[in-house]
Design a binder for this molecule. Structure first.
Ligand code: HGY
Ligand code: MN
Ligand code: MN
Length: 413
């Protein structure tokens, strides 16, 4: 029975593109940021699909959605499988979404095949994985894993001062369930690689053994606003210059720890952001990552020392605070083996992989045996509206996820 289990690739592909119509971007991708009206619309569509597949949907106090397919043994710990439906502001159509709808497709296929499992299977949509509108990323899975408190998460504000708690209330997805009360037999997440390795090596599947760690440092530089034309160069206290030199420093630090370390600044606010006023204040976030904890710590230390030196040279005030963090992750060996065995059984080419991006699985790995399945994406491009995958890649990833989940949930009869 197990060896011929396959998902319906056409139905999965159709679902991905129906979801992609909600919160469209400006170039064919998506802008379905967390807790916006578009996110709410996507959640409602997902809920309708889950209920049509015979699942009951529970929602916790962070808005995370749990759709349950009953097992034959109601006391058996469920196998959880899912990802996130929220996107970047200029995001692709598959980041996160493939993992949620691939999980839904598993249930649809089990229904078609009339296959029962001992353990219930729960499909998950985690709230605010991206961390763009509300930093940090993987917020709801972080609360679920006990990394953040619910109150701390509720009080996080977006650029307009709206809080997570208010926005959950407004879109009608502030559930009743206690966050983290659910116990899992295992958690599996299917995700696009968001990097170039699988495609470059012609591999169908990434068997994710580890995930690199992340530090986000928010830096505020205070200088002095003045006229860009009439202020003599030696009298300027240019916060923009400080940001430029720190941008260069972040790149240099990452390259000193090649080949695995990375660093960049993706978010910056310049005040007053007028063409003919020297910036008096800049606020920006430094994103540094490595699979090695010691390297992460060294990079953060070098950043703090270097940024203080640059601020002093220019005469700027500087404030730094960590606004996002998770350590490098080693996924559960048994779950990783289930993924690798599934790829072998199905005849897909595969290789071990360290995830470059963060995922909800990185936090859930703290509270349940966890593993990830990855599929290639074109040119390794993601967090870009041109993000692309092939239907075959999506199907292969979902089939491997299917086998790993069903093996863990134990087919009955
Ligand atoms: O930032 C990340 O790694 C994830 O895509 N949120
Ligand atoms: Mn993602
Ligand atoms: Mn993402």
């Amino acid at each position: 029975m197990e060896s011929n289990l396959r998902i319906n690739g056409d139905r999965l592909w159709e679902a991905l593109h129906q979801m992609a119509e909600i919160g469209p971007g400006v170039r064919g991708g998506n802008n379905r940021q967390t807790l916006t009206d578009a996110d709410a619309e996507g959640r409602r569509l997902f809920q309708r699909w889950c209920e049509a597949a015979g699942m009951g949907v529970g929602i916790d106090k962070m808005g995370t959605m749990f759709a349950t397919r009953q097992g034959t043994d109601p006391d058996a710990l469920p196998v959880y499988v899912g990802s996130h439906l929220d996107t970047q502001p200029t995001g692709g159509r598959y980041d996160g979404v493939l993992g949620v709808l691939g999980a839904l497709e598993i249930v649809r296929s089990l229904n078609d095949l009339n296959v029962k499992t001992k353990h219930p299977i729960v499909v998950v949509n985690w709230t605010n994985e991206e961390g763009t509108r509300f930093a940090p990323p993987m917020l709801a899975s972080g609360v679920f894993a006990g990394v953040h408190t619910l109150d701390w998460a509720y009080n996080l504000k977006d650029a307009e001062g709206k809080t997570v708690g208010e926005e959950l209330e407004r879109i009608g997805f502030k559930g009743e369930e206690e966050v983290g009360a659910r116990k899992m037999r295992a958690f599996f997440e299917l995700h696009i690689e968001q990097g170039p390795i699988l495609e470059a090596e012609g591999k169908d599947i990434g068997v994710v053994t580890h995930g690199q760690g992340l530090n986000w440092t928010e830096i505020t530089l205070i200088g002095k606003e003045s006229h860009t034309g009439s202020t003599p160069m030696k009298m300027r206290v240019n916060a923009g210059l400080g940001m430029a030199r720190i941008t260069e420093l972040v790149d240099k630090i990452a390259l000193e720890h090649a080949p695995d370390a990375v660093g960049a600044i993706g978010h910056c606010e310049v005040y007053p952001n007028s063409r003919n006023i020297i910036p008096g204040k800049v606020v920006f976030t430094v994103d540094q990552r490595s699979p090695d904890k010691a390297v992460m710590d060294a990079m953060e230390e070098k950043l703090q020392q270097g940024a203080r030196r640059i601020a002093e040279e220019i005469g700027l005030q500087i404030e730094m605070q960590r606004v996002g963090h998770f350590d490098p992750v080693t996924f559960d060996e048994a779950c990783v083996t289930a993924v690798r065995n599934a790829a072998e059984r199905l005849g897909y080419s595969h290789r071990n992989l360290i995830s470059g991006a963060g995922h909800d699985a990185c936090w859930i790995n703290r509270v349940a045996p966890t593993a990830m399945v990855m599929c290639p994406c074109v040119d390794g491009l993601s967090h870009n509206e041109d993000e692309e995958i092939s239907k075959e890649w999506a199907e292969a990833g979902a089939n491997v996820l299917f086998h790993a989940v069903v093996e863990t949930a134990e087919i009955v009869g």
